[in-house]
Design a protein around this ligand. Sequence first.
Ligand code: ADP
Length: 664
Amino acid sequence: MKFFKKPDESAQDQNLEDLGVRIKEANLPSAVERIAVTELDVLRKIGPSPAEFTIGLTYIDYLLSLPWNRKTEDNLDIAQAEKILNEKHFGLERIKERVLEHLAVKVLRMNRRARILIVDDEEIARKNLSHVLGKEQYDVVTAPDAEQGLAELASADFDVVLTDLRMGKVGGMELLETARRKHPETRVIIVTGFATVPSAIEAIKKGAFNYITKPYKLDEVRDSVKQALEKRSLAASSRGTVLCFAGPPGTGKTSLGRAIALALGRKFARIALGGMKDEADIRGHRRTYVGARPGRVIEELRRVESANPVIMLDELDKIGQDFKGDPASALLEVLDPEQNRSFTDHYLDAPFDLSSIMFIVTANVLDTVPAPLRDRMEVIEFSGYTQEEKARIAERYLIPKQVRDKGLDPDQVVFAPDALEMIIHEHTHEAGIRNLERKIATICRKIAKESLGLQGRRKVAVDTASVARYLGRRKYQHDVVEELDRVGVATGLVRTETGGDIIFVEAAKMKGKKELIITGSLGDVMRESAQAALSYIRSNALAYGLPEDFFESQDIHIHVPSGAVQKDGPSAGITIAVAALSLLTGRPARREVALSGEITLTGRVLPVAGVREKVLAAKRARVKTIVLPARNRSDVEELPETIRQGIDIKLAETVSEVVDIVLV
Ligand code: ADP
C-alpha cells in the first residue's frame, strides 16, 4: 500500500527544500553554513508539529538574513570627510581635528602595503620568495646576509622578516634575537634547508613566528606571512581604537557620529546602553525558547544590512546599576579587537566578526566607567556651549532645520537676535542645545499651524513678544545677581552629569548640643567636606574673631536646596566653609561671586575638576566673579577667550583669601 503525505506536510517539505537552496546560495562563512545545514537536517527529522520546528525555522531564516560578508565600500577621502564634518557642525574645531586624525590613521593603516624583508645568502632563494610575495601586493626588500638584514631593519619598519638560518658570519638565529629585541612588533619566520628539531625548538623559544623547511610549498609561505600580518595588525589596532565622546547632553556627540558615518559612506546605528538590565541585551538569548532574540549588536547589523557600520553605543555611564551579569566584560567582548573577531551571540551560536564595525561610545561623565573599558577607548571631551555659540548654532543650523522640517519656506521665518537670546536664557537651562532645538521646533510648529489657513506665504518675524506668546511664561530665573547678599548663604559651582550648575549653600545655627546637621541629598564626600569645613573653622575661631567655644552650645545646619538632585564631590568644600563663616561672623556673602574648591583641615584650597563646565554654568547664571583654586591656573589659562569674556576669574590658595573676596 502506498503511503501518501498530507498536503500541508508536502508543502512543508517544499519549504525545507527551498531553505536548503537559500542556504547554499547565501554564501555564508563555511562554519555558519555547516550550522545552518545541520539545523535544517534536524528540522527534516522532527517534522513540522513540535515547537522546536518553528524555533529552528526562524533561526535559519535569521542566519540567512544577516550581512555575513556584506560591507559598504569606505570612502577614504579625508578632505571630503572634513568638509562633511564642517558642513554639519559649528565650531568644535579641536574635536573635529581629533576625529579626522583618528580617521586618517585608520585609513593609512588600511591602505598601507605590508613590508617584508627577505634575508638569504642564495640569490635564487631571494628571487623566488620576492616573486611570490610581490604578487601578494607586499613591498619586498631583500638582503644577502644577516648584517645587511639588520641594517635594513634599523632603517625602516618591516612587518615580517623571512630569514635563512645558515649564512656568513652572523646566522639567522642571531638575526632573530636582535629583531625580537629591537623590533618587537616585527614577526620573524625562519626558512631553512638545514632543519633540525633542536634548531626549530630554539627558534620558536626565541620568538620566531614560524619555522619552515626547504623545499617548501609556496602556499605554506604565503599563508604563514598572511597569518603573521594578521597578528600584527591585531596588535597594532587593539589600542585606543574605539572613540569615546564624553560630555553633557546636547553637545553634538550623536550628530558628529552620524556625520562620521556619512563621511565614510558607512551605515549608522545607535544602541542605547542607558538602563540596559540584562547581559542578553548585548549577547542575546539562547534559542531554546520561543521568542528568544539575538543581542542588540547583531540586531542592528541585520537592520542596516552591512557588517561594517558605525555603531554608536550611547550612554555607557548609564548602563543599569542592576545589570544582570558583568556589563564591562560583555562590552569588552564587543569592543575589544582581540575578542570581537569571533563574537558569539547566544542566539546565533556561531561566531560573527565584529572587527570591521567602527564603534563610538558616548558618556556624560567617565567617573563611573570601569577602567578596563576606559583603557580601550580614545576619549574625546565635548563641552557645553556659550550663549553666543548657542545663538550662532541656532541661526545657522537649528532654525533652518526646524523651518524645513515643519514644511515652511527657508526665508519665511526670521528670529530676531533678542528673541533668540530670550529663548536661550529664559526657556532653557542646559550646557548643550537639546532643549533649545525643542523650543525652536515648538515655535516653528505653531507658526506652521497659524499659516495653514492663510493665502500665500506670509513672512513671520519672531520677536520677544511672540516668543512669550508661543512659549508662555519664562521657565528659568538665572539672574542670581538680582537677589540681595545674605548672611549664611554662599554661591557655589558644581559639575553634574548634564554639565555644570550653580548651587546655593545655606547655613543656619540654633541652640543645641554641638551637632552638625547636613541636608539636601548630599553624597558622603560632600558630607565629609562639610565636616572638614566646620573643623577648620573651629580650629581657627580666634583668627575669624569668633569665641573659641562657639560650637559648645549650638547646632549648625548646612543645607543645599534642590534636594531632588543628587549632589556629591569634594569641590563644594569652600562654598560650605564660606556659608558657615558668613553665618558665624554675621558678614553677608556676596551673592554674585561663585566658588568652587576642595578644602583641607589646614585651610588650603585644592584644585577641582570640570572648570570649563563650571565657568559656563556661572555665565548662564549671569555671575560676574568666580573664585577657583590657584592650582587650577592652567585649566583657566586654557579656556578660550570666548568663554573667559565678561567674567572675572580669581584664584585663591587659602580659605582666608576666599573669605576676603566674598564676605562683605
Ligand atoms: P548629544 O548626542 O551630545 O546629546 P546631539 O548630537 O543629539 O547631542 O545634539 C543635539 C542637537 O544639536 C542635534 O540636532 C545636533 O545636530 C545639534 N548640534 C549640536 N552641536 C552642534 C554644532 N556644534 N553645530 C551644529 N549643530 C549642533
